[in-house]
Design a protein around this ligand. Structure first.
Ligand SMILES: Nc1ncnc2c1ncn2[C@@H]1O[C@H](COP(=O)(O)OP(=O)(O)OP(=O)(O)O)[C@@H](O)[C@H]1O
Ligand SMILES: [Mg+2]
Length: 395
């Protein structure tokens, strides 16, 4: 290939390039530039290569955003012939444009500087996109900040609503408790009057010389006093259990005492009472008197229910379960339908003529105060089983 053919090919390549290219010799004279360079800096190749450097510079300067800086870097670059450098040049005319500028020395085979190459790439679009992305990022950040502020405000408001609700709930609870206490007082007053009236009568009857009549009156008085004792016991069960007075309780001991207490009544009511206590049960952390209360209530419910079936079987069983003790009080009585099951634990709910409807309500309160759980399984004609689980001392 002839040398001028090579040059022609090189020029064709330069003309086709999307980069602006300028080549100057070691004396700062511009030798070659391409179409893009002419377009961006407003100089034809002829003007660029033939006009003296100052004239070329004077032509270029009005197109620049910062002519002073441009001149300064140009002088610095030419002052150091071996310098390679990359930077950006901003044009304001004929339209705004950002160019990436790269310059490096051209060396001959001996490493001598024989010229300088300048290339320019149009990065206006990239810069514009970057700016837009940055603006969007800033906008997103601002939106996120506003959202966080709004969320914090909502959170704060929710907290206030929650506080108000808790307070309302507490007030409601207090007023409900008050009305429950009122109801209780009325029912207790009623029960006590029901006991005292016959007691006064029996007392009058006991004041006689007839030993038989006196014995009869005393028996009747004793029965009324037993009722009074039971009532007191129920009232006691209603008082709040006090966990700070809890101590290790031997559940089997409790079961034994209850069996002894209830056997006479069970015999009277044709109820077979059996009790099973597994060996080496863990002690339960609690109040023994209150546990007795629970068992008496459950056993009495069973005995009373079995009046409808003219007796039956009542079984109390205690075994180890989940690190605690499971107590089961089951009977072969008539069981309960859905309507009764649903209201079982409501205070003052009773299906019995003289019932206060407080037995299961207080049983559950006591069991829960011990950290345990009370569940009832019952169906019509299938009997009833009440399960009480209490956590063991070591758990
Ligand atoms: N073992 C049972 N079998 C059938 N029904 C039962 C049994 N235990 C409770 N019930 C039903 O649940 C109701 C509520 O029982 P709870 O012990 O709370 O009150 P009560 O026995 O009616 O009255 P109180 O125990 O206060 O004297 C009873 O009236 C009864 O209808
Ligand atoms: Mg009861």
């Amino acid at each position: 290939m002839q040398e001028h053919d090579e040059l022609r090919l090189l020029r064709a390549l330069l003309r086709a390039s999307d980069y602006g290219v300028l080549l100057s010799d070691a004396t700062r004279r511009d030798l070659v530039c391409n179409r893009r360079f002419s377009e961006w800096f407003g100089l034809s190749e002829q003007e660029t290569t033939q006009a003296p450097p100052e004239q070329v510079r004077a032509h270029v300067l009005p197109r620049l955003k910062d002519p002073e800086e441009f001149v300064g870097t140009l002088d610095a670059i030419y002052a150091d012939p071996k310098l390679t450098r990359e930077d950006e040049v901003e044009l304001v005319a004929p339209r705004p444009r950002v160019l990436h500028r790269y310059t490096a020395p051209v060396l001959d085979e001996h490493g001598r500087v024989i010229g300088r190459l300048w290339t320019f790439a149009d990065i206006t679009r990239t810069r514009r996109l970057e700016k837009r992305v940055l603006a969007q990022q800033a906008q997103l950040k601002e939106q996120a900040r506003q959202l966080a502020v709004a969320l914090r405000a909502v959170h704060g408001r929710l907290g206030k609503v929650e506080n108000a609700l808790t307070q309302t709930q507490r007030q409601l609870f207090e007023s409900e408790k008050l009305s429950a206490i009122g109801l209780l007082a009325a029912s207790v007053a009623h029960d006590i009057r029901n006991i005292l009236t016959p007691l006064t009568i029996e007392l009058a009857l006991a004041d006689t010389d007839d030993p038989n009549a006196r014995a009869q009156a005393l028996d009747a008085m004793r029965a009324q006093l037993d009722r009074l004792a039971l009532l007191t016991q129920r009232l006691l069960a209603l008082s709040r259990p006090a966990p700070d007075q809890f101590a290790p309780v031997d559940v089997c001991g409790v079961v034994e005492r209850i069996v002894a207490l209830l056997t006479p009544q069970a015999v009277l009511e044709s109820v077979t009472l059996t009790a099973h206590c597994a060996r080496r049960l863990p002690h339960v952390h609690g109040d023994a008197v209150q546990m007795e209360q629970v068992l008496v209530n459950l056993a009495l419910n069973a005995v009373q229910a079995m009046r409808a079936t003219d007796g039956g079987a009542l079984e109390i069983a205690a075994c180890r379960r989940r690190g605690g003790v499971s107590l089961r009080v089951s009977d072969t009585g008539p069981g309960m339908d859905k309507a009764v099951r649903r209201r079982l634990f409501d205070p003052f709910f009773s299906t019995k003529p003289g019932g206060a409807g407080l037995g299961l309500f207080s049983c559950r309160r006591i069991v829960e105060a011990h950290g345990g759980a009370l569940t009832v399984r019952s169906a019509p004609a299938r009997g009833t089983a009440v399960q009480v689980w209490l956590p063991g001392e070591e758990t």
